[in-house]
Ligand binder design. Structure first.
Ligand code: PGA
Length: 242
């Protein structure tokens, strides 16, 4: 079932997402969270940091798994998703670093690392709540539009649209990595609950297509309709076409 929650603006969207994460941790202090990077969840992570500082959330038993990482960037590279996650969230809260998992951008053997990532998710008991953003091209994680989608964690070439969209974080478009390691569609679907966040007018058309289009791997977000527990949180702009 798709549950759509409309919020006034980005601030309200971030608060609402943080409420969902906080409630998940309150219900299950040792829960497993699936986390996302990108611009959209930054406000949510700030909310979580504020609530941690106010003593309202304890992350000491929480385990986290991130969706993806650029291939070819080391964990301390400033554009890596490792760096992003520690800057935007982890170093400000009390989640134990050994419970934090992010695909590694420089694996010795890609296949072995991807299998390892899947195994660690299984060993942790699976993901209770997966936070997702959505690409303007309909990608989820870095599962890019195409004639087919891979199931488990894998190496993926990034689409031109994604490279262009993400170049805003790099000095030039040439510096954007051309590949990434991402959870696959099955990995994401195994999460017991998915909460997708979308903010801004540039996401409005894709949110409409997610809901209205037939399911197709050419728009990976359309697959989300098949998940039994999907919540879509939109602000006014992202929800303006639905
Ligand atoms: P954004 O990215 O939050 O920076 O818009 C979302 C995505 O590409 O999945």
């Amino acid at each position: 079932m798709v549950n759509i929650i409309r919020t006034e603006n980005y601030q309200e969207l971030s608060k609402h997402a943080a409420d969902i994460i906080q409630a998940t941790i309150e219900n299950k202090p040792d829960c497993v969270l699936g986390l996302a990077t990108g611009g959209t969840p930054i406000g949510t992570y700030q909310q979580l940091i504020d609530r941690f500082r106010e003593g309202k959330i304890d992350f000491s038993k929480v385990t986290t798994f991130n969706l993806d990482e650029y291939y070819g960037l080391s964990s301390d590279h400033e554009q890596s998703y490792h760096f992003f996650m520690f800057e935007q969230l982890f170093r400000h809260i009390n989640v134990p670093p050994e419970r934090v998992h992010i695909p590694f951008g420089l694996p010795e053997d890609i296949e072995t690392h991807c299998q390892y990532y899947e195994q660690v998710i299984q060993d942790a008991g699976g993901i209770d709540l997966q936070i997702l953003g959505i690409g303007e091209n309909g990608h989820i994680g870095f599962n890019e539009p195409g004639p087919s989608l891979q199931t488990g964690t894998h190496l993926v070439p990034l689409s031109q649209e994604t490279i262009r969209a993400n170049s805003r974080y790099f000095a030039s478009i040439q510096e954007v990595p051309k590949k990434a390691i991402t959870m696959g569609i099955r990995t994401i679907f195994q999460a017991r609950r998915i909460v997708l966040l979308a903010s801004g007018a540039n996401k409005a058309a894709m949110i409409r297509r997610l809901l209205d289009d037939n399911i197709t791997t050419e728009v990976p977000a359309t697959l989300l309709k098949l998940h039994p527990d999907l919540t879509i949180l939109v602000d006014q702009e992202a929800g303006s076409e639905i």
